[in-house]
Design a protein around this ligand. Structure first.
Ligand code: C2E
Ligand code: CA
Ligand code: CA
Ligand code: CA
Length: 276
């Protein structure tokens, strides 16, 4: 099951660029990818840390290049941001997420939600909240079933605009998660200013936490902080049973990571729980 879903992600070879592949052709390739259905939405389950029950999933974009195979988002998202292509990509992901929320059997359990990653640049797009409200309505999906994940990086630095757009998005009824928590410059300032419901602890705090008391103490403090603010606390990148045991002891609410499942394509997403 997990095997079947395993996808090889190619890295951009700089030589491609030096040979025929100019930035311009990459840019048009990305435009074509968005327009001609070369993008895929993979889903990674999020489960209750104690019961193992499926509570939702995170949507992760994949680019299936006709000749290069799958290209990982870490390679093309920054490029999409630099070239302005991110706006269409985000909207493609949101439309697809709404469709999956409406139709995927595994996402139909009560309270089950799907999270989409939003780029900081999307938060300069003042049309996004109204557009999203229209899409949710047209898809017949309750806004509370959609979550938007935002990262700390550079968000507050770009003035008040992003916070306004986030507040407007929240007013549409979607929930917000602060992604990669702990890795940014000003995590606490974000918690203070952003209307978020969920805090996602970055994998760097989770990896080998069972072998590192210092990391365990940090994790404990982050979980307590999140709970004291009334937030759901999620650990991402959980890979081992040892990590899971510590996370449970710390009171983490939700678990996401290869231990449960890699991101899998939407057709194969059955949402079965593997946590005993
Ligand atoms: P992220 O939002 O922090 O997503 C988690 C990444 O960690 C994903 O990589 C996921 O496949 C990977 N992962 C999940 N569980 C584990 C685990 O147990 N161990 C390890 N080592 N890795 C795990 P992915 O899909 O390659 O995405 C990388 C980043 O690209 C994401 O980090 C996110 O920042 C960005 N991204 C992905 N999809 C989108 C999208 O649709 N829009 C935007 N703006 N960014 C996206
Ligand atoms: Ca994320
Ligand atoms: Ca993350
Ligand atoms: Ca990350």
């Amino acid at each position: 099951e997990a095997k079947r879903a395993k996808v090889r992600c190619m890295r951009f070879d700089p030589r491609w660029e030096r040979a025929r592949e100019s930035h311009l052709s990459l840019l048009s390739a990305l435009r074509v990818a968005v327009e001609q259905d070369h993008l895929r939405q993979f889903l990674q389950p999020k489960v209750d840390a104690v019961s193992g029950a499926l509570v939702g999933a995170e949507a992760l974009v994949r680019w299936q290049h006709p000749t290069r195979g799958f290209i990982s988002p870490g390679e093309f998202i920054p490029f999409a941001e630099q070239t302005g292509r991110i706006r269409d990509l985000t909207r493609w992901m949101l439309r697809r997420a709404i469709r999956n929320l409406a139709h995927l059997p595994a996402l139909q359990a009560p309270g089950c939600y799907l999270a989409v990653n939003i780029s900081t640049l999307d938060l300069l797009d003042t049309d996004l909240p109204a557009w999203l409200a229209t899409q949710l309505e047209a898809g017949g999906v309750d806004p509370s079933r959609l979550q938007l994940e935002v990262t700390e990086s550079g968000l507050l630095a770009s003035g008040n605009g992003p916070v306004k757009v986030l507040t407007a998005l929240r007013a549409v009824g979607v929930t917000l998660a602060l992604d990669d928590f702990g890795t940014g410059q000003s995590s606490l300032a974000y918690l203070q200013r952003l209307p978020v419901q969920e805090l996602k602890i970055d994998r760097s705090f989770v990896s080998n936490v069972d072998h590192d008391t210092r990391r365990q103490n940090l994790l404990n403090a982050i979980v307590d902080l999140g709970h004291s603010l009334g937030l759901t606390v999620t650990a991402e990148g959980v890979e081992t049973v040892g990590e899971l045991q510590v996370l449970r002891r710390c009171g983490v609410d939700l678990i996401q990571g290869y231990l449960i499942s890699e991101p899998i394509n939407e057709d194969d997403f059955a949402g079965q729980s593997v946590l005993a």
